[in-house]
Design a protein around this ligand. Structure first.
Ligand code: ADP
Length: 258
């Protein structure tokens, strides 16, 4: 026998249960939506180079009499698009694996100044070809060790330095690495095109590019900083950027010292 009072309590319990279940589902729903967006953005990004490839291949097919030399322009474009797709797929794999916790970090003692010096070498040459100067201001190696995954830390500095060189037309790129308390502070400063106030909060989002056309022609995937953020967080650190359009950008990275 259910009394009126009992029925009311049952109803309240059922409503409360449904409400709590609904609330519990919100994070799952959000994660699902994020995953859906990731897949659709990734497909969209892959479609562009594929369309370019298809277009050029069709044109080549229409003129079998032409030599490779005559068509070298189209072939160069196709090679560029293939390289872009390879980079994109590698970045997508990194993020997909990080989402499903399949990426294990292999942490050991890493001397950060030495690592930054090593990574900077090729970027100094690249900067030189654009007439840019790359300057290093690094504390002595032994003073700045972190517990880290060397390969991932290399990937982090490659991404940030690559952006600094890509988005700077003239001036300098300055990298500093110094201790502060229990942390290591790394700043990568450039005198480049900068980032607007509206765009700045989004640069660590997946697929975000301030100027789609320009960054695409620079070969960017819009995933570099999202991956960088993930790497820094896996090391218990933080990454943020300050920027002034037409003045330049500073990326600040903080990592805990060993
Ligand atoms: P991308 O592969 O397009 O460079 P990232 O994730 O590395 O992607 O960066 C996201 C966006 O942030 C870039 O497309 C660019 O618009 C902006 N950005 C990143 N670093 C800089 C920088 N040093 N100077 C100016 N803009 C930058």
């Amino acid at each position: 026998v259910i009394t009126a009072g009992g029925a009311a309590s049952l109803l309240i319990a059922a409503l409360a249960g449904a409400f709590l279940a609904g609330r519990a589902l919100v994070p799952i729903q959000k994660a699902w939506e994020k995953q859906q967006r990731f897949v659709s953005d990734a497909s969209h990004e892959l479609r562009t180079p594929l369309s370019v490839l298809q277009l050029h291949l069709e044109r080549l097919f229409r003129h079998p009499e032409r030599t490779i030399e005559q068509e070298s322009g189209k072939i160069a474009v196709m090679l560029g698009e293939t390289e872009r797709m390879s980079r994109l797929v590698a970045d997508l794999l990194t993020l997909a694996r990080s989402d499903s916790n399949q990426l294990q970090l292999l942490k050991r003692r890493v001397e950060l100044p030495a690592l930054i010096r090593k990574v900077s070498g090729p970027f100094r040459d690249l900067a030189g070809t654009k007439g840019l100067e790359l300057m290093l201001d690094l504390a002595p190696d032994e003073t700045l060790t972190v517990e880290g995954d060397e390969e991932r830390l290399v990937q982090l500095f490659v991404n940030v330095l690559d952006n600094a060189v890509k988005y700077t037309r003239e001036g300098t790129i300055a990298v500093s690495c110094h201790p502060r308390g229990d942390n290591v502070l790394i700043d990568v400063r450039d005198t480049g095109i900068g980032i607007s106030k509206e765009d700045l909060p989004h640069i660590f989002d997946r697929f975000f590019r301030a100027d789609k056309a320009r960054t695409r022609s620079e070969g960017g995937t819009g995933l570099g900083l999202a991956i960088s953020k993930w790497i820094v967080e896996q090391h218990g650190g933080t990454i943020r950027a300050d920027s002034e359009p037409d003045q330049g950008t500073v990326v600040h990275i903080v990592l805990p010292r060993k």
